[in-house]
Design a protein around this ligand. Structure first.
Ligand code: GRF
Length: 197
């Protein structure tokens, strides 16, 4: 699932194709017509479906369309790779312990929109990114993988975002592998993983 540039989507495809990740990206869903992710899918020859939230009267209606697309494509695991819409419990419960999000902060710090801007405004010396299982509460849920990224003197929004994104591209495939391993071992993530942190 992607809404924007799609660099995380491409990182996942590359991880699969280079055999670093034993998985296959069978479908990309985008909500914004013409977004970078859609263009990358065409170049990478990954099937892409456009499910525009503007065509749906409610978040639930959008999520039902997503679920239908994923069921048709027989996906095992769903990644919100820069999906800029709040999802409802419908989607979370359709893919229990197999719905992953990537967020550009060290959660639980700086949830919500513009996490990089929030970190810069707070003046922290360390930021980073988090791949986590999705729960109905926004940017909550068990952490799968985090990477710390120092905030350097003179960093601006663009420079910090770029360094965080390099780490996102590294940890997102790891998070998919970890989730798949947990599912294989337990049938679901262990209950202990439900604790934050
Ligand atoms: C990433 O920074 C991710 O953390 C956030 O949205 C951004 C998506 O970037 N959720 P891209 O579209 O994968 O390049």
């Amino acid at each position: 699932m992607a809404s924007g540039a799609g660099s995380n989507f491409e990182a996942l495809v590359e991880a699969c194709r280079s055999k670093r990740l034993a998985a296959e990206v069978v479908l990309l869903v985008v909500n914004n017509p013409g977004c970078g992710a859609e263009q990358r899918a065409a170049r990478l020859q990954v099937p892409c479906q456009r499910i525009n939230h503007r065509d749906h009267a409610s978040r639930e209606s959008l999520d039902n369309a997503l679920i239908a697309a994923f069921r048709q494509a027989r996906v095992d695991l769903v990644v919100m790779a820069g999906w800029m819409r709040i999802v409802t419990p419908l989607l979370v419960e359709a893919y229990p312990d197999r719905l992953i999000n990537i967020h550009p902060s060290l959660l639980p710090s700086f949830r919500g929109v513009d996490a990089v801007g929030q970190a810069l405004a707070a003046g922290v010396q360390l930021s980073g990114c988090t791949a986590h299982l999705v729960r109905p509460e926004v940017d909550a849920g068990p952490v799968l993988v985090q990477a710390a990224v120092p905030v350097l003197d003179g960093d601006d929004h663009d420079s910090l975002t770029a360094r965080i994104q390099l780490q996102e591209h590294r940890i997102l495939p790891l998070a998919v592998a970890l989730t798949a391993a947990q599912l294989a071992a337990y049938g679901a993530a262990p209950a202990a993983a439900d604790a934050q942190g």
